[in-house]
Design a protein around this ligand. Structure first.
Ligand code: C2E
Ligand code: MG
Ligand code: MG
Length: 534
C-alpha cells in the first residue's frame, strides 16, 4: 500500500515537473519573444513620431516661407490677409504673425497690435540655419495655453505643441519630443512626464524599468529627438495564477502518468513476475508428507511438496505450479525444491539409507536429461544414495512419449525410481502406460475417497488397483484419510499410503520429531522397507 502510494505520489511529482517545466519554459520563451516584439513595435512607433515632429517643423518652415512672400508693407491689410491664408493652409499653424523690436506687431488672430506694445520675449534657441524658436510661450491671446513659436525674418508661426505628439495610436503610448541641442522637452503627450521622458532620452531609451519599455529615435535632418514608452505586458506578471493553473494541469497529468505507471508496475508485479522473484530469492519452502507402509505403519519415505506464502497467505501449489509451467519457471522451481530438499533432509537421508524423498517433476523436466544431470551433480558427495531421491511425474506430463521415455530411462539408470503420480486421472490406457518402464503408481486421491462409500464411482477404485497390479508395479494410495480405506487397500494388496490419516505435509524439523515419535509408537513392529530396494 505504502509502495503504491509512494509510486503514485512520485508519478504525480514527476508529472508536475514534466508538465510545468515545459510550460514554464515555453512561457518564458514566449515572454522573451513578446518583449522583443514590443521593443521592435515601440522602436517603429518612435520612428513614426520622429516623422510627425519633422512634418510639423517643416510645415512651420513652409508657412514662414509663404509669409515671407506676403505682399505690401508689414501689417498692411494685404499682408495680414496673406498671414490669414497661411494660417488656414497649414494645419499645424495656429497663428502666423509679424514681430519686431521685441514686440508683437500683427497677426490674423491678434489683429494689428503695434499700438499695444505687446512684448515678445527673446527666443529660447536659434538654429544653425537661422530659425528662432520659442519653447512653450504664453501667447497674448491666452493665459492658459502655451505655444511653440518658430520665427524667421520678422515673421513667426504659433504651433500647438500637441501637434508634435498627437499621433493616432490605439495603445495611447506616451510620446515626448525633445530639442536635442538644448536637451529641452518641446512637447509631451497626455500621461507622459517630461522629466521621465527626458531621463529616458539621455539614456538613449535603455531604461531598466519593470513596468515600461522605452524607445528613442532622432531625426536625421533636424535636431529633434523622440522618446516613446509602452507598458510591459509580461506573461509572467501573473505568474502565481499561471503556476496555479499549470500546477493543476500537472497534477492531472501526473495522476494520469501515475495511474499508467501503476498499471505497468502492477503488471510487472503480476503473479508470474512475483513467482519468478520468489524463486530467484529462494522464498519458497518445501514441506514433506510421509509415505507409510500400510501393513506395518512404518514411514518409508516422504513426498516433497512445495509451499509458497505470499503476503501471509499460502498459495495452492496446484495454482502456482501451473503458472510456473506456463511461464517457463518450472525448471528453476524444480531445481529449488531439489536443493532445499537435499539441504533439509540430507542428515535424515544419510542416517536412514532406506528412507527416501520423492520429488514432483513437470513435463518440461521430462523432455530432456537436464534435471537428471542436475540431480546427479547435486547428489555427488552428499552421502545420499540415488535411490533415496525418487521422481514423481503425472500421467498428463507424459506428452512427448519418446523424449519422456528416454528421460524416464535416464532417471532409472541413474538409480532414481520413477513414480506415476495421480494415476487414473490421466485416462491413459494400460497398453500406453506399459510402454513406459516405471517403478511405482500413485493412485489418485479421488479414487481413494470413494473407498467405503456406496457411490457408483467406488467400483472404479478396485479397477484402478487391478490395473496397477497388472502393470506389475508397487502402489501408493494418495489421500488416505480413514482406517477403513487402509483396511480395504491392504486387503487389495496396496503396499503404501500417503494421507492426512498419517500426517499432513510438514517442515523438515517437524518431520524429524514426527518420525521419532512414530517409531517409538510402532516398536517393536517389523522393520519393512520402502517400496523399492536398490
Ligand atoms: P500431488 O503430487 O499429487 O501431491 C499430493 C497432494 O495431495 C498434496 O497437495 C497433498 O498435500 C495432498 N494430500 C495428501 N494427502 C491428503 C489427504 O489426506 N487429504 C487431502 N485432502 N489432501 C491430501 P498439495 O501439496 O496441495 O500439492 C498439490 C499438487 O501440486 C501436487 O499433487 C503436485 O502435483 C503439485 N506439486 C506440489 N509440489 C510440487 C513440486 O515441487 N513440483 C511440482 N512440479 N509439482 C508440485
Ligand atoms: Mg506428487
Ligand atoms: Mg498426486
Amino acid at each position: 500500500m505504502i509502495k503504491r502510494l509512494s509510486l503514485i505520489s512520485a508519478s504525480v511529482a514527476l508529472g508536475c515537473i514534466a508538465t510545468i517545466l515545459p510550460v514554464m519554459t515555453s512561457i518564458y520563451i514566449a515572454d522573451e519573444d513578446a518583449e522583443r516584439r514590443e521593443q521592435r513595435d515601440l522602436q517603429e512607433f518612435a520612428a513614426k513620431a520622429v516623422m510627425r515632429a519633422e512634418l510639423v517643423t517643416y510645415q512651420a518652415f513652409a508657412a514662414l516661407s509663404d509669409m515671407g512672400a506676403a505682399p505690401g508693407k508689414t501689417c498692411s491689410p494685404a499682408y495680414i490677409e496673406q498671414l490669414a491664408r497661411v494660417t488656414f493652409n497649414y494645419r499645424y499653424v495656429q497663428d502666423a504673425g509679424a514681430y519686431g523690436d521685441g514686440q508683437y506687431l500683427c497677426s490674423p488672430l491678434l489683429g494689428d497690435v503695434r499700438a499695444r506694445h505687446l512684448t515678445m520675449p527673446p527666443p529660447s534657441w536659434r538654429s544653425n540655419d537661422g530659425y528662432l524658436v520659442w519653447f512653450r510661450q504664453k501667447y497674448p491671446l491666452s493665459d492658459a495655453r502655451e505655444d511653440l513659436r518658430i520665427g524667421r525674418n520678422g515673421n513667426y508661426v504659433s504651433i500647438d505643441p500637441q501637434s508634435y505628439v498627437d499621433l493616432i495610436d490605439p495603445a495611447r503610448r506616451p510620446i515626448a519630443v525633445i530639442n536635442i541641442e538644448t536637451n529641452t522637452v518641446l512637447a509631451v503627450s497626455p500621461g507622459a512626464d517630461g522629466d521621465d521622458m527626458l531621463r529616458a532620452w539621455n539614456q538613449a531609451g535603455h531604461v531598466d524599468n519593470e513596468q515600461w519599455h522605452y524607445a528613442a529615435a532622432r531625426s536625421s535632418t533636424r535636431p529633434l529627438g523622440v522618446v516613446v514608452k509602452s507598458a510591459r505586458t509580461s506573461l509572467f506578471s501573473n505568474w502565481t495564477g499561471l503556476l496555479a493553473m499549470w500546477l493543476s494541469v500537472g497534477v492531472l497529468v501526473g495522476g494520469l502518468l501515475g495511474w499508467v505507471a501503476f498499471r505497468r508496475v502492477t503488471r510487472q508485479l503480476s503473479f508470474p513476475a512475483t513467482l519468478q522473484w520468489a524463486i530467484a530469492r529462494k522464498n519458497i519452502d518445501v514441506n514433506f508428507q510421509p509415505i507409510v507402509n500400510l501393513a506395518s505403519g512404518e514411514c518409508v519415505g516422504v513426498e516433497a511438496l512445495v509451499r509458497w506464502q505470499l503476503n501471509g497467505r499460502f498459495i495452492s501449489p496446484e495454482i502456482f505450479v501451473s503458472v510456473a509451467e506456463e511461464n517457463g519457471l518450472i525448471q528453476p522451481l524444480t531445481d529449488l525444491v531439489l536443493d532445499k530438499t537435499i539441504v533439509e533432509l540430507s542428515t535424515l537421508l544419510r542416517s536412514r539409507p532406506t528412507f527416501y524423498v520423492s520429488i514432483n517433476v513437470s513435463s518440461e523436466d521430462l523432455c530432456t536429461r537436464r534435471f537428471v544431470n542436475i540431480l546427479t551433480t547435486r547428489l555427488e558427495g552428499t552421502g545420499i544414495r540415488p535411490a533415496q531421491i525418487r521422481i514423481e511425474a503425472t500421467e498428463r506430463s507424459f506428452m512427448d512419449a519418446d523424449a519422456t521415455r528416454e528421460t524416464i530411462a535416464a532417471f532409472r539408470n541413474a538409480g532414481h525410481p520413477v513414480y506415476i503420480d495421480d494415476f487414473g486421472t490421466g485416462y491413459s490406457s494400460l497398453s500406453y502406460l506399459q510402454t513406459f518402464t516405471i517403478d511405482v503408481l500413485k493412485i489418485d486421491k479421488s479414487f481413494i475417497d470413494t473407498i467405503g462409500q456406496d457411490a457408483a464411482s467406488s467400483i472404479v477404485a478396485p479397477h484402478i488397483i487391478q490395473m496397477a497390479h497388472e502393470l506389475g508395479v508397487q502402489i501408493v494410495a494418495e489421500g488416505v484419510e480413514h482406517q477403513v480405506q487402509i483396511d480395504y487397500l491392504v486387503q487389495r494388496g496396496v503396499q503404501f499410503g500417503q494421507g492426512w490419516f498419517f500426517a499432513k505435509a510438514m517442515r523438515a524439523e517437524e518431520l524429524g520429531t514426527w518420525l521419532d515419535e512414530r517409531s517409538l509408537n510402532l516398536q517393536p513392529m517389523n522393520q519393512e522397507h520402502g517400496p523399492i530396494e536398490t
